[in-house]
Write a protein that binds this ligand. Structure first.
Ligand SMILES: Nc1ncnc2c1ncn2[C@@H]1O[C@H](COP(=O)(O)OP(=O)(O)OP(=O)(O)O)[C@@H](O)[C@H]1O
Ligand SMILES: [Mn+2]
Length: 465
């Protein structure tokens, strides 16, 4: 023992030196590695994505312009969005592939003998309004934008001015008229202003790209007032017509409709969006959104005062017995946050179907201000800290400006293109990152398994996700 100690001391000097050198070199390597991981976000310029992906194994990451698989991904992740976003695929390639999938072949002909209205009615199931992708969409949208108008009346219900039209072949559509130029910015709250006709169109395509497919078909259309409307207008509607400065004006019938709020044509032309009415076989049942606003400036709603509000909602009907309904609602408000719609006062589900979809009707209060991201719209997400697995995965796969790029390309085929200004596409991409940050915050606090729920959305069964 003693010999060992003595001998050890004598011969240990060079060994100690080596150990010391080893320690120093090790420390340097450790520090370099640590600083690399700290600085990596700044170096790659994708700080947000890296922070989102940190601590979560279950996702794709976009580094530079290439989609890469994160280490330790479960095997199903490479199948995301039908396998487009796989390791090593350039972002541009992902965009091109998805544009091809969601692109509208506007004016495409249907097989002889098929009515566009029957085709569209045939798409509607309790879980979706249209399939994931079909070339016939271009034929139906074209028919909505061009079919002769055989009758026009005041729109049904609601606060906003709109027309109800019957198109040749007896298809009912709603016509939401244009009030604002594309670059007009709506200031104020997320429910301010009148409906945006272009918002309905952009929302419809966004819903498809996000895989929700719960928004009725919408397309732009310009009508001649004297040729298309006046000859087929109802007496009730005609009573609201008048002339100002040589233009025909009208105010219709709705909660906010009055002569002072008239809308005038421009050179006899009225631009608007045509929204396809759901088939008469579909009966909708409305429910009050627990996170609705008070619509009074100084009056806060319960959810605005109580961060624990979701636990109350989970205890009340119909949410108590239907956890999928809450996830549907969270899907919907994620969608609303992206489009800037704070006006989801009610939700509508199919009556008589126990697990039917929440239909995303009425997306007119959207795309009002591309510079304002209204976080409060996301309250159901950050208060409940839950989101559907498929929705989360879809959002992850559309990061890094992929979503805005696809939407911009898809909207090119609309007859009233450009539907949105470039600022709105940037806003969608920025907001998508913010949604993912909210999810990430929840996961950090509550854990992945408590936040990410339900492996499959009920409407994505044919998605092959
Ligand atoms: N495409 C559609 N198919 C079937 N029903 C529809 C469709 N669009 C709207 N509706 C029904 O008409 C109602 C009023 O439409 P919408 O919500 O677009 O009008 P609004 O004036 O914006 O209403 P509000 O002022 O209440 O927001 C909807 O709540 C829904 O019940
Ligand atoms: Mn509305």
């Amino acid at each position: 023992m003693a010999r060992f100690k003595v001998g050890g001391r004598n011969s240990s000097t060079p060994r100690l030196k080596r150990r010391f050198q080893f320690l120093v070199v090790g420390t340097i390597i450790f520090m370099v590695a640590i600083s690399f991981f700290i600085l990596k976000p700044e170096i790659s310029g994708t700080g947000q994505d890296s922070s989102i992906s940190a601590s979560l194994g279950n996702q794709l990451e976009v580094a530079g312009d290439v989609v890469v698989n994160r280490v330790g991904l479960p095997p199903d992740v490479t199948k995301l969005t039908n396998g487009e976003a796989v390791a090593g695929v350039p972002v541009q390639k992902v965009v091109e592939t998805l544009v091809q999938k969601y692109h509208v072949e506007f004016g495409r002909e249907l097989e002889p003998g098929r009515s566009p209205w029957e085709v569209a009615a045939g798409w509607v199931t309790p879980y979706q309004v249209l399939p994931e992708s079909t070339p016939d969409l271009g034929a139906v949208l074209h028919a909505m934008a061009t079919a002769p108008i055989i009758a026009v009346d005041n729109g049904f219900r609601g606060t906003q001015l709109k027309l109800s039209m019957k198109l040749a072949g007896d298809q009912i559509v709603a016509f939401k008229p244009k009030w604002y130029e594309r670059d007009y910015i709506i200031e104020g709250s997320p429910v301010s202003g009148r409906d945006r006709h272009n918002g309905e169109i952009a929302a419809f395509h966004l819903s498809r790209i996000l895989g929700f497919r719960r928004t009725p078909l919408a397309v732009g259309r310009k009508v001649s007032f004297s040729r298309d409307i006046v000859p087929v207008a109802s007496k009730d509607l005609l009573e609201t017509f008048h002339e100002t400065n040589g233009e025909t004006c009208f105010y219709g019938r709705c909660h906010y409709c009055s002569k002072d709020n008239s809308l005038c044509t421009k050179g006899d032309i009225l631009e608007g969006s045509v929204v396809l009415w759901l088939p008469p076989t579909v009966h909708l049942k409305a429910g009050r959104n627990p996170w609705r606003r008070t619509y009074r400036e100084k009056l806060l709603a319960k959810w605005e005062k109580d961060d624990d509000y979701c636990n109350i909602v989970r205890q009340i009907q119909p949410f108590k017995n239907d956890s999928a309904l809450l996830l549907d609602l969270i899907d919907t408000i994620v969608f609303d946050y992206l489009i800037g719609n704070g006006d989801r006062h009610h939700y509508e589900v199919m009556d008589g179907v126990s697990d039917g979809m929440l239909v995303m009707l009425d997306n007119g209060k959207s795309f009002g201000n591309p510079y304002q991201d209204e976080r409060s719209i996301l309250a159901p997400l950050y208060q409940c800290c839950s989101i559907r697995y498929s929705t989360w995965q879809k959002l992850l796969s559309l990061q890094n400006n992929v979503l805005g790029s696809i939407l911009r390309e898809v909207l090119r085929s609309d007859p009233i293109h450009p539907v949105l200004t470039p600022q709105h596409f940037r806003a969608i991409d920025r907001r998508l990152e913010k949604v993912l940050q909210e999810v990430e915050k929840c996961i950090k606090v509550k854990g992945l398994n408590s936040v990410i729920l339900e492996a499959k959305a009920k409407d994505s069964e044919d998605d092959n996700w």
